[in-house]
Design a protein around this ligand. Structure first.
Ligand code: ADP
Length: 265
């Protein structure tokens, strides 16, 4: 499904500001994999997500989906495969537009589903039924400006919009980090439901180790632009916080307290 082979990225190569973002990263995801991604600041997590979604291109290596090398496909061309939700609740939506207009925008990015004639009764009914699945009453607020929604409501909407292009892959970029614990839990629950219902292959960056352990069938840890730990199957199910902290400190060579990694919920 998704395969990164020998992917490397340097920023400002050859200058005093040179930054290694990814070094020879190999990652293969099976359909339906739900992978949590952890690592300290500067480990390369955002670069990995940007590389998959097409915001940046690799200096070396390939990004393939179903055997097609998409390394040099622009971002918009990848939206048929990839949906993304960002940390900032403002990032995935247009706040000055209504919920309906935002959904129409996402909908018309989907396969063969232009909305040249505006939103009709059929689409409105679809939007309402999709919104009602979120279970937070947004289906009754189609004409509300997205800027008036709470952060949690907006992230739930972003999640729905990210699935409107019927992607196979969902990238979640610390999408609950800016929310208070109750809203973060709500969005996490929605994420689980949507991912399992649509059988999406998911990569979720989180700074919350408890969340990284609890969610998904696989966990990867990054450090210095490399994947330094990859845990799946029974080992992932049996993973504890103590074991993960121990592995993190042993492999990375630095103390967890040095990093912006949150231990609890
Ligand atoms: P993380 O998301 O794990 O915090 P990043 O992928 O953002 O890590 O960063 C990896 C490395 O690449 C860091 O050293 C960072 O400073 C550098 N980097 C990331 N983006 C840029 C950029 N646009 N320009 C220059 N350096 C960058």
């Amino acid at each position: 499904m998704l395969q990164l082979s020998h992917v490397s990225k340097l920023f400002h190569p050859g200058s005093p500001d040179e930054k290694i973002a990814l070094i020879d990263v190999n990652l293969h995801l099976e359909p339906g994999d739900f992978v949590t991604v952890i690592g300290s600041n500067g480990a390369g997590k955002s670069t990995l997500m940007n590389m998959i979604s097409g915001v940046i291109k690799p200096d070396a290596g390939e990004v393939c989906i179903d055997g097609v090398d998409i390394s040099h496909f622009p971002e918009f061309k990848r939206s048929r495969w990839i949906g993304r939700v960002f940390q900032d609740p403002m990032a995935g939506t247009a706040p000055h537009m209504t919920i309906e207009e935002n959904l129409a925008m996402a909908y018309s990015r989907g396969k063969r589903r232009g909305l040249r004639f505006g939103v009709g009764a059929k689409q409105r009914a679809l939007f309402k039924s999709e919104l009602s699945r979120l279970g937070i009453g947004l289906e009754n607020r189609l004409q509300a400006k997205v800027g008036t929604l709470s952060g949690g409501e907006r992230q739930a909407l972003s999640l729905l919009m990210a699935t409107f292009t019927e992607p196979q892959i969902l990238l979640l970029d610390e999408h609950t980090a800016a929310l208070d614990p109750a809203r973060a839990e709500l969005v996490t629950q929605l994420t689980r439901d949507i991912v399992s219902k649509l059988h999406l292959t998911t990569l979720m960056v989180t700074h919350n180790m408890e969340q990284a352990i609890r969610l998904g069938n696989r966990l990867i840890m990054m450090d210095g632009g490399r994947i330094i730990l990859d845990v799946n199957g029974a080992k992932k199910r049996d993973l504890t916080m103590e074991r993960l902290i121990g592995e993190f400190e042993r492999i990375s060579g630095h103390k967890l307290s040095d990093d912006r990694v949150v231990l609890g919920g």
